[in-house]
Design a binder for this molecule. Sequence first.
Ligand code: HMG
Ligand code: MG
Length: 296
Amino acid sequence: MNYPTSVKIIEVGPRDGLQNEKVLIDVTTKLALINQLANAGIDYIEAGSFVSPKWVPQMAGSDEVFTKLPKGTTTYAALTPNMQGLQRAMACDVKEVAVFAAASESFSQKNINCTIDDSLERFAPVISTAIKSGIAVRGYISCVLGCPYEGTIAPDQVAELTDKLLTMGCYEVSLGDTIGVGTPGSTHRLLERLLAQFPADKLAVHMHDTYGQALANILIALQHGISVIDSSVAGLGGCPYANGASGNVATEDLVYMLDGLGIDHGVDLQALINAGNRICAKLDRENGAKVARAFQ
Ligand code: HMG
Ligand code: MG
């Protein structure tokens, strides 16, 4: 079996994780978490999002978080759903942003209050302005393996949107299994379809673990040559617009699996576990990483 020799881990815990936790986390605690993750060796961290604070109150302090982050080699990225979000990001000197679309109309409406076509229209100036300003733009597609409102999503639908986001200037598209319904079978079918049209280095996977399939789906993605994997420390989070969605695959569990496969990732597992335990204590919740529990 051919696997990539190294994997880039996109740590989304401070954004995707904390956005859906019930306990509101203050800026100081967010900064401590982000610094601990960077010190554990993670060099790409999604540190917040510039969305409406009325829609996602947990991300309200993102301006202050980004302003106070240390300058260095770590990439700190943010979600920007519209020009207002991009302007906030630029005011904080953010170097990388992400736009987020959905493969299902219903989810697009619930998540960002517009149709898929309208969302692409909104993203066009965000992407072009960002690129002109030297800010790289990542694209997300939600519900690639199923939608909480519409059920099954056809791989062709995901391919069409992937094509649009890449053509608009996103350097990579992260495929979101928002509600974690995918299985190795459906992941394989989706990737076979996408890889017939796009190179593996334009794709990343973003697997939520609601049905316990995330690691298995990631293994399939690795076998298809995908080497950018999103994950969340301690398996934090979910999605505010997808009932019952649990967090992303835990970064600790991902790192442990990559170690077993002999794939480089650059992360110190024990330091990562310590960071996850600290934020879980603040959130008063059990650590969602199986590996962290096993190490206790
Ligand atoms: P809207 O209500 O249609 O926007 O929301 P609007 O342009 O009509 O503005 C309404 C109000 O929001 C105005 O304020 C704007 O100023 C304000 P008011 O005049 O009422 O006081 N507003 C903003 N404020 C701050 N920053 C902004 C901003 N934009 C407007 N950027 C909008 C549209 C997109 C803003 C809204 O629906 C929203 O913020 N949604 C957030 C959704 C979200 O964050 N979801 C979670 C992240 S996506 C995800 O988790 C999936 C992912 O992980 C992949 C996966 O798992 O599938 C990425
Ligand atoms: Mg997500």
